[in-house]
Structure formats: C-alpha cells, structure tokens
Design a protein around this ligand. Structure first.
Ligand SMILES: Nc1nc2c(ncn2[C@@H]2O[C@H](COP(=O)(O)OP(=O)(O)OP(=O)(O)O)[C@@H](O)[C@H]2O)c(=O)[nH]1
Length: 384
C-alpha cells in the first residue's frame, strides 16, 4: 500500500514538474516570439534605438538571416514559375493545337474501343506525327491502358502523356562545356531552318556564362549567311573568322580552330552550309570539315555536331534528320520555331527514330528564346 502511495505521490510530483517545465518553455517561447516580432517590426520600420540594442544583437542577426532566406526562396519560386509559364506560353500553339485536340478527343469519348484507337491514329497522322510514329504511339498506349486497367476514355489522355514522355531521350541532352580545353560545336542544317539565329542565341548564352567564344563562318555558299553571322558576332562582341563567299569551308574551319587555340577560347561555334540537293556534296563537305577538326583536336576527342531542324516543317524535318544522320555523326538536335507550330509532335518522332537527344529548342526570335531542352518541362508545357 505504501509502495502504491509513494508511487502515486512520485507520479504526481513528476506530472507537476513536467507541467512546470512546459509552462516555463511556453513562457520563454512567448517571450521570444514577442522579441522576434519587436525585432522584425524594428527592422521593417528601421527603429534605430532597438536595432542598436546590444542585448538584441544576436536576435536581430537571426531575424535578418531568416528574411534573406525567405526572400531568396521567393525569388527562386518566381524564377522557376516565370520560366515555366513562359515556356508554356511560347508553346501555346502546340498546346492548343495538336495537344488540345487530343484532350478534346479523349474527353469527348464515352468508351475505350478499337474505334477510338483507329480515330486516334487518323488524328495523329493528320497532325504530322508520321505513320511509323503514330503506330508506335497507339500500340504503346493500348498496352499501357490495358496494364493500368483504365476504363474511362477521359483518363487515356494522361496515359498518352506518359507514353510520349518515354520516347524522349534524356541522356546527354545537355552541352557540358569542358573547362580545360576548347569546346567545338559544329552546326549543320539546311537553309532557313534558323541555324544562324540559333548560333546567335548560343553565343549570347555562353557569353553570359563567362565563356570566350569564337565563330567560324564556314557557310561560304551564300554571302548573306556570312554577313548575318557577322552581325551576331558584332552584337555579342565575339571574334569571327570568315573568308569571302565561295571560299573553301574547310579552310575557314582550320583558321577558326587555329585562332581559337592561339586566343585561348573556350568555345568555337562553326556554321556550315547545308545544301541537301546533292547528298554526295553534303557528305564530302562535312567529312572534310570533320577530318580537319579531328586533325586539330585528336581523332578520339569529342565535339558536338548539332543538326538544326525547323519544327514547323513536320515530316520534312524528319527526312532532313535521317539524311544528315547518314552523312555525319550527329550528337544532337536543335528544334527551332516551336512557338510557331500547332503540331509540336516532331520532337517525339525525331527522338524516337534517331535515338539522339534534343539539346535545345527555339521558341521565338529573341536572343533569350533558345532553351536547353528539358523533357519534363516540355511535356508539362504542352499537356494541360
Ligand atoms: N518564331 C521563330 N522564328 C525563328 C526561330 N529561330 C529562327 N527563327 C527565324 O527564322 C528565320 C530564318 O532563320 P535563320 O537563322 O536566318 O536561318 P538559317 O538556317 O541560318 O538560314 P540561312 O541563313 O538562310 O541558311 C529568321 O527570320 C529567324 O528570325 C524560332 O525559334 N522561332
């Protein structure tokens, strides 16, 4: 019984003690909150008397640090939101065009049946996705819908998003500039696809990252191409190596690399002429350029060869990708003018067929309109 009594009174003591500690902690917390508020208000209102109070010095520093952290977080959030919103805005035509049509297509259906898949095939082919790609998409979609046990047609749109996402290549989709050597970017593509503009945007990007950039005007076929490139060079204050119209492109490449080395440049971007009318000529020209580069930097040293494709040209763009991929070793693609097309499906077709990454996308004529390609961001921007 005593044991019980003592046990009881011990327990009571402990409870009382705990309550006391809690009260003390609460009161300290309350006091600290009041002090924090006082300091916060004093910082806001710049009250010199409190801010000079030595005893509050630590608290003032703490509150200030917290405020800086909060501001940085907010800035990061708005930056991310701004970038995302603007990519979404830039891709409005595709989102409302092909992908809007797809959304309406599924929400307007009551059942998932063969007819739905057949109609989907038709819609995709009409939208310039291409025959082979359409079959692959529909086949994968059908399988996935079955596996997930989806019963409502409306939900198929989300499955389509996942299916399309898988076609995008995520490996090596960034241009990683090496610090300790010259980085060479060879830009190929037919006339008018946005090659020069893309190079101009790239110069600006690399320069803003503090890189020393030189350009080689190896598209000697047209005088206008050299002039246009020169304009970009002047605008961004970078060096350009050019010869006269009709000169040997190989010689321009050779001089560009020599100049790049002697001037200790970080990046050399080389523009080339992409005349497709004669595959043999194209192949000869590019293989000569490749030989010169390899001789300068070493047979096995890597460099980028980016094919620029106009995103508004649909299946034509895919044909160009096939031809260039045969005649030279491409490391990736730049798809331009995606802001101007309602059929933004070309990215999936090119990635899937050629199994090479899209490294940049062009979403406008402005210098800031070249975006590093991010598969998730792209998918989220075109799907509602
Ligand atoms: N809307 C939009 N226009 C672009 C984009 N990229 C390039 N353009 C425009 O496309 C047109 C052709 O671009 P260029 O850079 O001259 O193309 P190119 O491939 O160098 O053509 P050539 O110099 O003829 O070989 C220009 O009017 C550019 O402003 C883009 O991402 N979006």
């Amino acid at each position: 019984m005593f044991k019980k009594f003592f046990k009881g009174s011990k327990k009571k003591n402990m409870v009382e003690k705990k309550e006391e500690v809690n009260k003390k902690e609460e009161s300290e917390k309350f006091q600290s909150n009041i002090e924090n508020k006082k300091v916060e208000n004093a910082i806001k209102e710049e009250k010199v008397d409190i801010l000079k109070d030595e005893s509050l010095k630590e608290k003032i520093e703490e509150v200030k640090k917290e405020e800086v952290k909060k501001e940085e977080l907010e800035e990061k959030k708005t930056e991310k939101k701004g970038f995302f919103t603007s990519l979404k805005e830039k891709l409005t035509k595709s989102r409302e065009g092909l992908f809007g049509k797809l959304k309406n297509f599924f929400s307007g259906r009551s059942v998932i049946d063969d007819e739905m898949y057949e109609d989907l095939e038709e819609l995709l082919i009409q939208s310039d996705i291409g025959f082979d790609m359409t079959l692959k998409i529909v086949e994968n979609l059908e399988k996935e819908v079955k596996t997930r046990g989806i019963k409502e047609a409306e939900k198929v749109y989300d499955v389509l998003k996942d299916v399309l996402e898988r076609f995008l290549i995520r490996e090596n989709n960034k241009i990683e500039l090496k610090e300790d050597r010259l980085n060479i970017i060879l830009v190929v593509g037919v006339n008018g696809v946005g090659k020069t503009t893309t190079i101009g945007k790239m110069i600006s990007k690399f320069k803003s990252e503090g890189k020393k950039v030189i350009i080689g005007a190896a598209d000697t076929f047209r005088a206008a191409a050299i002039e246009q490139l020169e304009e970009w060079a002047i605008r961004s204050e970078v060096d350009i190596v050019k010869h006269s119209q009709g000169a040997d492109p190989g010689a321009v490449v050779f001089d560009t690399l020599k100049a790049a080395k002697s001037r200790n440049m970080d990046v050399a971007i080389i523009d080339t002429a992409g005349r497709l009318h004669n595959k043999k000529n194209l192949m000869d020209e590019l293989s000569k350029i490749n030989k010169i580069i390899k001789k300068e930097i070493g047979e096995n040293e890597p460099y980028e060869t980016l094919l620029v494709i106009d995103g508004t040209t649909g299946q034509n763009g895919l044909t160009q990708a096939r031809v260039f991929n045969e005649v030279t070793k491409l490391t990736g693609f730049v798809i331009t003018k995606l802001d101007g097309t309602a059929k933004g499906g070309i990215i999936f077709a090119i990635s899937e067929e050629l199994k090479k990454p899209v490294k940049f996308i062009g979403v406008g004529e402005g210098i800031e309109d070249l975006r590093e390609f991010d598969a998730d961001e792209f998918i989220n921007a075109i799907f509602e």
